[in-house]
Design a protein around this ligand. Structure first.
Ligand SMILES: [Zn+2]
Length: 142
């Protein structure tokens, strides 16, 4: 588990994550909801991965900005995520599906920065957003 020790040396820059989430918001493809969302995820490889919501005429195929960013991080080699920023015009929070996907790759203590497009943000932990969340550990605990 050599990578787990690396986490401790990666600094979480909330302002930078929020800035990148807002930049991703501008790339959202949201013609149906009219609700653009941007996200930025800090991976345990020290890189930041951005995502935007990408909707589809077949509505259930729509994917949220947070899950785009997380799947990018994991597919590019990160094994865990250390922080998430999500940006919307009105400071909306991540949906339940995204909270569960965050739990797959992030610790309950992971900070989640919930931003407005004006740059203001509030900070929560994943545990606050997903109390008593189900995770891989529940599959093995007796
Ligand atoms: Zn979502």
């Amino acid at each position: 588990m050599s990578t787990s020790n690396l986490h401790e040396f990666i600094q979480i820059d909330a302002a930078q994550l929020v800035t990148q989430a807002i930049a991703a918001l501008e790339r959202a493809y949201a013609p149906y909801s009219g609700y653009p969302v941007g996200a930025a995820v800090l991976g345990d490889d020290g890189r930041v991965y951005a995502g935007c919501n990408i909707e589809n005429a077949v509505y259930p195929l729509t994917i949220c900005a947070e899950r785009v960013a997380i799947t990018k991080a994991i597919s590019e080699g990160a094994q865990h995520i250390l922080a998430v920023a999500v940006a919307t015009a009105n400071g909306g929070t991540p949906c339940g599906s995204c909270r569960q996907v965050m739990r797959e790759f992030g610790a309950p203590t992971m900070p989640v920065f919930i931003a407005r497009s004006d740059g203001s943000y509030r900070q929560r932990t994943l545990e606050e957003l997903l109390p008593e969340g189900f995770s891989a550990a529940d599959l093995t605990e007796k």
